[in-house]
Design a protein around this ligand. Structure first.
Ligand code: NAD
Length: 447
């Protein structure tokens, strides 16, 4: 099948490349000339495990191309996927300007039988609005479908190639058949292909993200309470997770969720609810709890070492909003860094993939290190924000040698409390008792 993928970001580049890998002929379009030039030179503008090899393989096989010309790509296509960004607007609603720009661009080059498939996450009613606009502007019948994407950055290829389900929102059975045919190779193990109205498909994506965000904010609030009442959220998490009605997924406490989806989608769904006369009590609370949670690490550091952090060096491990990605959109690390800088600290940061994105934001206001141990040099404390696997089994002895004092604030509960006690660290985590290390550490810990 000949496919155009408009928008070569985290979703467009991955899904376009995967479609090519399944034997389709795919042209990826982006408005960003520099990005397209990079891709044409074989460079991948984002970090996503396995993607570089897959892009190269499909470019070499002649199935994957890149261009900035929407019309050149679209005129030859049977399916035109829209995967442009839909970031938060100032009032929390989804900013659909990129989507409308592409829709306008399609008016003069949309082949008569081509299906426009909206993969971007869009508020309910957007598919219908795109359909109306294309029909009016082309003066003929058009085919527009919704196909929300559920992949996760960091595991995007695997998620796309082995989906739990494929959801499509369609108006006509012929479009459903075309999409069913396109996705058939991914559904050979009887994973469901769920066809519904475009409105239900649009809602499905938001409801999924809102529920996952709700679970995270819920467990974070419970973790904060555990800390106050002397409980251990890790025990509580196990205690509830074994209940099959509850389970373990998305119930790990942490420093708040970030990224390009959960925060903006929760806000956009809340906006939709308001527009339809429903006060989104749960969604508002989920967003508020998350904003508060993004400050817990900074609060703990300031309480322990502040209020002024002049003369203090704070090391930070993990900057991306989650492991296995370089994406820092709405990342909790940014809230922490801002607070530490504000209090006068020297902030030394390390991340396996996101260092350059953070450098683009902060320039020489931070100290950057490519190795985790290097940021610990003379550090008064280490703060762990993102749970990259390489932070799970560090050499605690070497860490202590580099640091001014053995003090860790862990926003992802990576370490066993008993191990930290044995290693002599003062160790603050989320929703668990504070470990004061061995005796010699206790004096410093109590200030
Ligand atoms: N990132 C995720 O994990 C994820 C997962 C599921 C769904 N989504 C949704 O998918 C959509 C895309 O997300 P993303 O993270 O890939 O965004 P992104 O910001 O990484 O990429 C968007 C791309 O669209 C391009 N673009 C903007 N305007 C354009 C135009 N007029 N013509 C051509 N290209 C244009 C941008 O240059 C950019 O490369 C969003 O709606 C998002 O909510 C994202």
């Amino acid at each position: 099948m000949r496919i155009t993928m408009v928008g070569t970001g985290y979703v467009g580049l991955v899904t376009g490349t995967c479609f090519a890998d399944l034997g389709n002929e795919v042209t990826c379009v982006d408005i960003d000339q520099a990005k397209i030039e990079q891709l044409e030179q074989g460079k991948i503008p984002i970090y996503e495990p396995g993607l570089a090899e897959m892009v190269q393989r499909n470019v070499d096989a002649g199935r994957l191309r890149f261009t900035t010309s929407l019309s050149e790509a679209a005129v030859q296509s049977e399916m035109i996927f829209l995967a442009v960004g839909t970031p938060s607007g100032e009032d929390g609603s989804a900013d659909l300007s990129a989507l409308w720009q592409v829709t306008e661009g399609l008016v003069d080059c949309l082949p008569a039988s081509a299906v426009v498939v909206v993969k971007s996450t869009v508020p309910v009613g957007t598919n219908a609005a795109i359909y109306r606009k294309l029909r009016e502007r082309t003066g003929r019948e058009c085919f527009v479908a919704s196909n929300p994407e559920f992949l996760k950055e960091g595991a995007a290829i695997n998620d796309f190639m082995y989906p739990d389900r494929v959801v499509v929102g369609v108006r006509e059975s012929e479009t459903e058949l075309k999409l069913r045919h396109l996705y058939a190779p991914l559904l050979r193990t009887d994973k469901p292909f769920l066809a519904m109205s475009p409105e239900s498909a649009e809602m499905t994506k938001y409801v999924a993200n809102a529920l996952l965000s709700t679970k995270i904010s819920f467990i974070n609030e419970m973790a904060n309470l555990c800390q106050r009442v002397g409980g251990d959220i890790d025990d509580v998490r196990r205690g509830i997770g074994h209940d099959r009605r509850i389970g373990f997924a998305f119930l790990f406490p942490g420093a708040g969720y970030g990224g390009s989806c959960f925060p903006k989608d929760v806000r956009a769904l809340g906006k939709t609810a308001r527009e339809h006369g429903i006060e989104p009590l749960i969604l508002d609370a989920v967003d508020q709890v998350n904003n508060r949670q993004k400050s817990v690490l900074a609060n703990a550091v300031l309480e322990r070492l502040g209020p002024s952090l002049q003369e203090k060096r704070i090391a930070v491990w993990g900057l991306s909003f989650k492991p296995q990605t370089d994406d820092i959109r709405e990342a909790p690390s940014l809230v922490l860094i801002d607070r530490l800088l504000e209090a006068g600290a020297v902030v030394q940061v390390h991340d396996p993939a996101a260092l350059e994105n953070v450098r683009a934001l902060y320039g020489d206001r931070l100290v950057y290190a490519h190795l985790p141990l290097d940021v610990l040099e003379d550090a008064d404390a280490l703060v762990i924000v993102t749970e990259w696997t390489e932070f799970r089994h560090p050499d605690f002895r070497l860490m202590k040698e580099r640091m001014r004092q053995p003090l860790i604030f862990d926003g992802r509960n990576l370490y066993d409390l008993e191990v930290m006690r044995e290693q002599g660290f003062e160790y603050h985590s989320i929703g668990r008792p504070i470990v004061l290390g061995r005796k010699e550490c206790n004096e410093t810990a109590r200030k």
